[in-house]
Design a protein around this ligand. Structure first.
Ligand code: SF4
Length: 384
């Protein structure tokens, strides 16, 4: 499903849906998401909960146009084509051009399952490859091998998926620049249309957090990390995967419609335990407990356990910060027209970031410089 980045003005009634399917065959050492074991009973329970949550939320959608649906997790491919088909059958508002993404891991999808997912309407596959080096995959406690990952992407293409994105990870303990370059070299030979880069971060409540003293000496240093990022940009761009966001690369016409919504402030509703939503300026999250999630819905109660209403000023600042992730940057005149004026502190900080060479102004447009792309996190911290 090809798409381009929507502009801020392109249809206020466009929305996205996210479905959190939290099952995994085992928990990866670095994972800090809400994850449950892959059990039939739990999947049946989740489907019951999702159906009830949909009943509650569907009236909110009204006449809105659903432009993307994303099954994330966890590993949603473990939910099975029939359950995914059932969820999709509820969503009448989706148009024929709706981007429908399913996250999958390489060791879970057979050619038969790939065909089945294509048949139920999945038109974009997101494969969590992370690395094409077996030693690093072992370090990351991933179950698949590099060979399996390569085979699966090719099988997906053979099954008719013409929009496949993969995730790759750098800053992995034991990873050298040479290993990373080899992974990139192999990745660009795959039939993919999109690639997302992640650098490994060690989060609390993970196995890696417990082992961090042991892992730290083998994590690439800051200089190597920068070289890895630059190597990725060079290799991917040369292969026709053009960078359009700090960590996203796509072939012409294959920008992620779903993720582009996050960067341009489109409302999205998240279903399932621990799912986040951003809906008309309100941010909220469902309870991260499947049992309670279903119980609350059965009682007719909302499963939301955290919410905040951002002030218009906070909304504008956050949206600008997120939008600056896009390489095309933000057109401040259009931004102000659509969302109102920026506050004086933000304007002052934007000026300082330009003076430091991290942002570049071109007419009304403000975008990251090359150096700004390398330290986007610092820019975001300064602005927020
Ligand atoms: S596959 Fe993804 S969601 Fe599942 S445990 Fe690993 S990192 Fe977490």
């Amino acid at each position: 499903m090809a798409s381009s980045i929507p502009t801020l003005m392109s249809g206020k009634s466009e929305v996205s849906l996210y479905w959190h399917i939290p099952f995994c065959t085992q928990k990866c050492g670095y994972c800090h998401f809400y994850v449950l074991p892959d059990k039939e009973l739990l999947k049946a329970e989740l489907l019951t909960g999702l159906a009830m949550e949909w009943e509650r939320v569907a009236p909110l959608l009204g006449d809105k146009r659903i432009v993307s649906i994303y099954f994330g997790g966890g590993t949603p491919a473990l939910f099975g084509p029939q359950r995914i088909a059932e969820v999709l059958s509820w969503i009448e508002q989706r148009g024929a051009d709706c981007e429908i993404t399913l996250e999958a891991n390489p060791d879970e999808l057979t050619p038969e399952l790939l065909h089945a997912y294509a048949a139920v309407g999945i038109n974009r596959l997101s494969v969590g490859i992370q690395s094409l080096d077996d030693t690093l995959l072992h370090t990351l406690t991933r179950r698949h091998s590099a060979q399996k990952a390569i085979a699966m992407v090719k099988e997906a293409a053979a099954a008719g998926f013409d929009n496949i994105t993969i995730d790759l990870m750098y800053d992995v303990p034991g990873q050298t620049l040479a290993i990373w370059q080899e992974t990139l070299r192999q990745a660009v030979s795959l039939p993919i249309t999109h690639l997302s880069l992640y650098n490994l971060t060690i989060e609390p409540h993970t196995l890696f957090f417990k082992k961090q003293e042991m892992l730290k000496p083998s994590i690439p240093d800051a200089d190597t990390s920068l070289q890895m990022y630059e190597a990725a940009v060079t290799t991917l761009e040369a292969a026709g995967l053009r960078q359009y966001e700090v960590s996203a690369f796509a072939k012409e016409g294959f920008h992620s419609r779903h993720n582009s919504g996050y960067w341009t402030g489109r409302s999205f509703y998240g279903f399932g335990p621990s799912a986040f939503s951003y809906w008309e300026g309100r941010r909220f999250r469902n309870i991260a407990n499947l049992k309670r999630y279903v119980e609350l819905l059965k009682e007719g109660t909302s499963p939301i356990d955290f919410e905040e209403q951002l002030s218009p000023e906070e909304q504008r600042r956050e949206l600008l910060v997120i939008q600056l992730r896009l390489l095309e940057g933000a057109d401040l005149a259009s931004f102000t027209n659509a969302h109102g004026p920026l506050d004086s502190r933000t304007i002052k900080t934007l000026g300082e970031l330009q003076e430091h060479g991290l942002l570049i102004a071109e007419g009304d447009r403000l975008r990251l410089s090359h150096r700004g792309r390398l330290c986007y996190d610092t820019i975001a911290t300064e602005l927020i």
